[in-house]
Design a protein around this ligand. Structure first.
Ligand SMILES: C[S@@+](CC[C@H](N)C(=O)[O-])C[C@H]1O[C@@H](n2cnc3c(N)ncnc32)[C@H](O)[C@@H]1O
Length: 337
């Protein structure tokens, strides 16, 4: 194992001492955040099925189901580009530009991305809003060690309290974490703590499954072509890994910490347009990425192979089908009840 140390790098894939809090300056002080060595980085990963996975919870129920390697990073990049096209070329929905406007009082606007993955969203936001400081958190170090000046990636399990004081962020974003070992109720509580009053939270998730368009009605498609998705849903629900994205608006309202909750469903038609074909490919890639988790659930390799073929032919031959992308944004209340 390589023990090179990155402590002297000016940028980091870091972790932190939880008892110490962000200093409030633009650059985090070295005593609240430290750079990880290559050895520490490697400790976050294990090899299984010839792919790289989280070492967290290795082999135990509820561990993160997808690989975390270059191939998976490419999958997430394609998904990122697809979602951006779906949102009219933007990396967000809701009053983000207004929330991130330059402040007359000189306060540096701060953005946090939870479950940041390879950090593509963070880097693009930092580029679009250069006056902001953008933080990306993930339980494993996946993002670059050499980000832009206004970017910082940190390693943190979002199920525990972050190092920041209350009200430190203007905008918190969380995308595609519904198949993750994340306790969404407690994460919403933590987000409401670190958001400033009237700060903005945005959650973005695919609603699992394929949907059929029957006139104005949208119904989940259930036949043999969706079997692999059903199995993933059932197994991850059984392992308490899956959070139904449709419940996020209610969770925000019930937390009593948010107001102006806006949930929007964006439909991607699985047709022969360029977007439709990319959506089909993304769905197939997602199903392929979940095959290792399904193998761990005890399903035979041949059976998973058959499910994948069924999905492919269902997408090739299906009628009016779509995927649904859900965006939910809300303002943190000024006064918490
Ligand atoms: C499907 S990826 C999405 C990555 C990124 N948000 C995107 O949209 O491209 C989910 C990410 O959540 C991270 N994750 C899972 N559980 C986590 C936890 N408990 N705390 C922080 N990050 C977590 C995973 O490591 C992974 O990078």
């Amino acid at each position: 194992m390589n023990q090179d140390n990155f402590e002297n790098e000016s940028t980091l894939n870091g972790t932190y001492h939880p008892e110490q809090e962000d200093s409030g300056s633009d650059r985090d002080s070295s005593n609240s955040v430290y750079s990880m060595s290559s050895g520490e980085i490697e400790d976050h990963f294990i090899e299984r099925h010839d792919r790289r996975f989280h070492s967290h919870g290795n082999g135990r129920p509820g561990q993160y189901p997808f690989p975390v390697d270059d191939l998976e990073s490419q999958r997430l990049d394609h998904m990122h580009d697809l979602v951006k096209d779906l949102l009219d070329g933007h990396n967000y929905r809701g009053p983000v530009q207004q929330t991130l406007a330059v402040r007359a009082d000189g306060h540096r606007v701060r953005i946090l991305d939870i479950g940041t993955g390879n950090g593509k969203w963070v880097e693009e936001m930092a580029d679009e809003f250069p006056h902001t400081k953008v933080y990306g958190l993930d339980i494993v170090p996946l993002a670059t060690r050499y980000p832009a000046e206004n970017v910082q990636f940190e390693v943190h399990d979002i199920n525990s309290t972050t190092r920041w004081a209350q009200g430190r962020f203007d905008f918190v974003h969380m995308r595609q974490t519904c198949f993750s070992p994340v306790n969404v109720t407690s994460v919403i509580r933590e987000i409401s703590r670190i958001l400033r009053p009237q700060g903005l939270f945005l959650a973005c998730e695919w609603i699992p499954g394929i949907f059929r368009m029957d006139g104005s009605d949208v119904t989940p498609l259930t036949n043999h072509s969706t079997e692999i998705l059903n199995r993933l849903h059932d197994f991850s629900t059984h392992q308490r890994l899956f959070c139904d994205p449709s419940s996020i608006p209610v969770m925000l309202i019930e937390s009593a910490a948010f107001e102006n909750v806006v949930a929007e469903r964006h439909f991607v038609y699985l047709d022969e347009t360029a977007l439709g074909r990319r959506a089909k490919q993304s769905l197939l890639d997602f199903a392929r990425a979940s095959r290792y988790y399904l193998l761990d659930s005890g399903i035979a390799v041949s059976e998973i192979g058959q499910y994948l073929m069924d999905l492919r032919s269902g997408l090739d031959n299906g009628g009016e089908m779509c995927l649904i992308y859900l965006t939910v944004y809300a303002r943190r209340k000024v006064m918490l009840q």
